[in-house]
Write a protein that binds this ligand. Structure first.
Ligand SMILES: NC(=O)c1ccc[n+]([C@@H]2O[C@H](COP(=O)([O-])OP(=O)(O)OC[C@H]3O[C@@H](n4cnc5c(N)ncnc54)[C@H](OP(=O)(O)O)[C@@H]3O)[C@@H](O)[C@H]2O)c1
Length: 273
């Protein structure tokens, strides 16, 4: 079992920490809002640097690139406490540029290992984990990652972060496509019941079935907050590529709305037009 530090205990990080504790690892944790660390019942470090200095593996799971910089750089950051024997496993969705920056900030080995799957998958250890970095380092840390889900090695440093943007581009376009297909059905006078029957024969069948209960109850329990989905759409947009469908999906996500609600609540806005 390993000495592990988990830095960032939001919806995902807190569940990842809990699984590692349950798997028998020796944990130290740190979170900007310290109160969120207390329920885990493990030592709480004073800073990310202190957490890193106590661990052989440091997992970072924070909101976005500025948050990653805040917890890894400067005198209090992970880089100040990690050394060449440490492995930093960066699991947030931050894109390849942030991973490059992290790699030059720390002396440690770095794996980028963002995840697909949400709160329930983090809780049950069934995340898909896209891993970039040195393959030997990955093999050394494979077992630890397997406590969290299914690791898929995708290539050198930054490849995991790239893979995650690819995966999330599909979320962004599919939610828009589903909303617009339903809006079209409404406008043409097809009852919802029939619209779902029709969508069940198309490439969107699984997604339509999955979103149907929320669409019918108008209740979208938060799993993947809209503010994080917007952040991912922005990370893709910053690449400056000609991705017109992703851009269209991004325009739906960017409309006003409570960023704390689940991103799928965008369906409500598209179909109410
Ligand atoms: N939720 C999902 O379904 C899901 C699924 C896959 C991937 N992801 C990705 O996983 C990452 C974490 O998601 P989450 O759902 O756990 O988000 P979250 O619940 O919003 O938690 C965000 C974490 O980042 C910390 N943070 C934010 N800004 C910070 C700053 N400037 N300095 C230090 N810490 C900061 C927060 O600290 P405080 O507690 O102090 O605010 C909290 O620990 C994100 O990159 C997200 O895109 C999420």
């Amino acid at each position: 079992m390993a000495k592990v530090a988990v830095v960032g205990l939001g919806g995902m990080g807190s569940r990842i920490a809990r699984r590692l504790i349950d798997a028998g690892h020796e944990l130290t944790v740190w979170n900007r809002t310290a109160a969120k660390a207390e329920p885990l019942g493990v030592p709480i470090a004073e800073s990310p640097a202190e957490a890193a200095s106590r661990a052989e593996v440091v997992i970072t799971m924070v909101a976005d690139p500025p948050a990653l910089q805040a917890v890894t750089e400067g005198p209090e950051g992970v880089a100040a406490g990690a050394d060449e024997n440490t492995t930093v496993i960066e699991m947030s969705t931050v894109g390849p540029a942030a991973i490059e920056r992290l790699g030059s900030a720390v002396r440690a080995d770095v794996l980028d290992a963002p995840v697909l799957g949400s709160l329930s998958e983090a809780e049950s250890g069934t995340l898909s984990i896209f891993v970039g970095g040195d393959e030997h380092v990955f093999e050394r840390r494979r077992e630890l990652l397997e406590a969290l889900g299914k690791p898929i090695y995708v290539g050198p440093s930054g490849s995991g972060a790239a893979a995650k943007l690819v995966a999330n581009s599909t979320l962004i376009t599919i939610i828009g496509a589903l909303g617009e297909a339903l809006a079209l059905a409404d406008a043409l006078g097809l009852p919802r019941e029939k619209a779902f029957e029709v969508l069940g024969t198309t490439a969107l069948a699984a997604q339509a079935e999955r979103r149907r209960p929320a669409l019918e109850s108008h209740d979208y329990p938060p799993r993947f907050p809209l503010r994080l989905a917007r952040k991912d759409a922005d990370l893709i947009a910053e690449l400056g590529l000609d991705l017109r469908l992703t851009e269209a999906g991004r325009s739906w996500l960017a409309e006003d709305g409570n960023g704390e609600q689940d991103y799928s609540a965008v369906l409500e806005r598209i179909t109410r037009r």
